[in-house]
Structure formats: C-alpha cells, structure tokens
Ligand binder design. Structure first.
Ligand code: GLU
Length: 309
C-alpha cells in the first residue's frame, strides 16, 4: 500500500511554491521527492531522491534545542524560552513586544530558536554550530556541514530575523551579541541532510535518545519528551494544531521542504515499533509546510493508523 500512496502523491499536480524568500532555495527542482522510514531494528524503506541533500531550515530548531538542553540542563534553557504554542507565523515579532517581558514562546519559532542558538556550547559562532553538526553526526553516522550558498543568501536577506534578535537582546533573552546569535541560527538552518538522515533522527527521538545500532543514549528521556511535545504542539508553524488532530504524529517541517517525524509505536509494512519517518518535497504552502510531504504523511497516518490519538 505504501507504494501506491507514494505513487499518488508523487504524480499529483504540483501546488505551492519554492521558498523564494531565501534566494538559493528558489533554484531547487520542484520534482524532487524522497521518503524514508526506519524502525528500531534497522529495517528501512526508501523511495525517490533519498540521497539528495537539502538544508534543515526550521528542522534545525529541534537539534539546537536538544544540544542546548544537554549542555545547560533543560531548566536553564526553559528560563530563556517557553514551551507554549503561538499560532503565529514562524518569523512573527508581535508577541515579543506584547507578551510579558518579551520571553520567546517556544524554541520551534524563530524567536525561540535564535535565543537557543545563543545558548549553545562554545565561544564562537563556529564552535556553536559545530556542537550541533557533531551531535547530528552521532545520530546519523556521517559528517554534516553548512551549505555556504544558502547561508550567505539567508544572512543577506535576514531583515526580520535581525529585528527579532534585536528585540530578544533588548529584553535579555540573548547571550552574546545579536550578530553572533543570528549567524549561528542561520548557519544551523543551512546544515545539509538527506531524507535518510532525518528518518534516523526521528527514530533517535522515538528511542528516547538512542541512535540506531548504538547502546548508549545521548540525551535524557526528559529532553526527548520535551522535544517530541514541542514538535507535536509547535512543529508545523501555525498549522500545528490542525495536523496534531489530522495526522497526530510529532513532526517538524522546514521551508526547504523536509519533514521530520517520530513514531512512538506503529507498523508500516514489515517495519514496526519505534520508527523514524522523513519526507522531502520542496514545494511549500503559504504556511511553510511541504505540500506533498504533508499529503504523504496524512495518507500514511490514515492508512497505517499512526496517530497517537
Ligand atoms: N532560515 C529560515 C528563517 O529563519 C527558516 C525558516 C523555516 O524553515 O521555517 O527564515
């Protein structure tokens, strides 16, 4: 059945658009499509362009939150960023001014993620970014780097993100300088991964911090629990509530067209138990979610009853 879901979704006419506000992303081919599912025993299903590398964009917010929590302890991170959904677009500024003391609502929106970027271990932009690429490498088993073309293209057009970082700094929710936090955040958004890497990350979260084929957990259960709750409540921008109801899996999307999913327990063909699922298709809707990615996940969740509810 999964084969026919893939075929339906892949062959459907395109709708949406490429993330043209980041000039380098506007050049991607709209026909790219990849999906990967991996279970706790290492059984894997792959479809389409699974080796194609794309940038994490907002999906990096999950990784940076985990590394900051591991470094400082969850409680210290939560002093600087809350865990409440906003219902606002990812790059919204409005609540930083109206909410009490300007504390960012959650680490899955830009405001929270820029704060988190400033909390990462290291004394330079390079070392903070490296703390996250090293962590992702431990989970995927291969090296990751920043796509410099995408990063340059973002930093040159980061007017809103710079405004957010300035608000955060003014209210004492940023460690170090505005430039350092912004550069770190945007480099994290520009880390490249494949769909297989993302599926392994989803499995790592389902396993409460245990990477595939490893015996040692890398993070605390509590950090894994918070990450999954944040993905479920805030992971799909201002449609997180709708997708919690319709798909019911913790997910995090990014404007490059990737979606990271973590399935606590389920069965898809011969895969079962804890699973990581990832899908990539670069045409996004006006909210920022991959159109075909969400379509695939909706059909998959419906057919294989993957919703936690
Ligand atoms: N780098 C992007 C930005 O901050 C991330 C956007 C996203 O994927 O939501 O604008």
């Amino acid at each position: 059945m999964i084969q026919s879901i893939i075929k339906n979704v892949k062959n459907a006419p395109h709708s949406g658009h490429l993330a043209s506000y980041i000039p380098a992303l506007a050049n991607q081919s709209k026909d790219l499509f990849a999906a990967c599912l991996v279970d706790e025993r290492g059984e894997i299903l792959t479809f389409g362009d699974v080796d194609y590398l794309f940038t994490l964009q907002s999906i990096s917010k999950v990784m940076s939150f985990i590394v900051a929590a591991d470094h400082l302890g969850l409680d210290r991170v939560l002093e600087k960023v809350d865990v409440e959904p906003t219902g606002d677009p990812f790059n919204s500024i409005v609540r930083l001014e109206v909410a009490e003391k300007g504390k960012p609502f959650n680490p899955m929106i830009n405001a929270g993620a820029i704060t988190v970027a400033s909390l990462l271990p290291g004394d330079s932009v390079e070392s903070r970014v490296k703390s996250v690429t090293d962590f992702i490498s431990k989970v995927t088993g291969r090296q990751h780097s920043v796509n410099q073309e995408v990063y340059q293209s973002e930093i040159e057009t980061a007017y809103r993100n710079r405004a957010i970082a300035n608000y955060l700094k003014a209210n004492d929710y940023l460690i170090g300088t505005v430039d350092e936090a912004l550069e770190t955040y945007l480099q994290l958004c520009s880390i490249e991964v494949s769909t297989v890497d993302l599926a392994k990350f989803g499995l790592f979260l389902a396993n409460d911090g245990l990477p595939l084929n490893e015996n040692t957990k890398l993070i605390t259960r509590k950090t894994a629990q918070f990450s999954k709750a944040l993905m479920m409540t805030c992971g799909l921008y201002n449609t997180s509530g709708k997708y919690a109801a319709t798909i019911g899996i913790p997910m995090k999307s990014g404007v490059s067209g990737g979606v990271l999913c973590t399935v606590q327990d389920g069965q898809v063909e011969h895969l079962k138990g804890h699973m990581g699922i990832a899908v990539f298709s670069p045409m996004i809707d006006e909210i920022g979610n991959s159109v075909k990615g969400m379509d695939f996940l909706q059909q998959l969740s419906d057919y294989y009853k993957l919703s936690v509810f």
